[in-house]
Design a protein around this ligand. Sequence first.
Ligand code: AMP
Length: 112
Amino acid sequence: MPDCLFCRIVAREIPAQYVCEDEDFVAFRDISPKAPTHVLIVPRKHIPKLSQASEEDVTLLGRMQRLAARIAAEAGLESWRLVLNNGRGAGQSVFHLHYHLLGGRPLLWPPG
Ligand code: AMP
């Protein structure tokens, strides 16, 4: 396993506020929430960033978005945003691909 924070959370070596998990994904609350609902959706598979995902990850990525919609619905959110930071310049700080699901407050556009 690479020395990766999210791999360690997925493996339950580091505690988190887990929201749900299945055979392919783990979702947990962001430690520094930027909205009342701020959930990170993380594939168990270690893909450093979206630009390194391959053709074989297409189904996984699609299922990640469906899971985000399910978590949002279960949280009672009508409007919400999915964010994926790709690369340091875009704000990526953990190099294990993940979506941020944000909701529960007005979300401005464009983001900063
Ligand atoms: P990004 O900057 O897009 O790579 O997102 C990484 C996110 O992980 C940030 O929003 C952090 O607040 C969050 N984060 C860092 N460490 C933890 C942790 N131990 N548990 C939950 N979220 C974390």
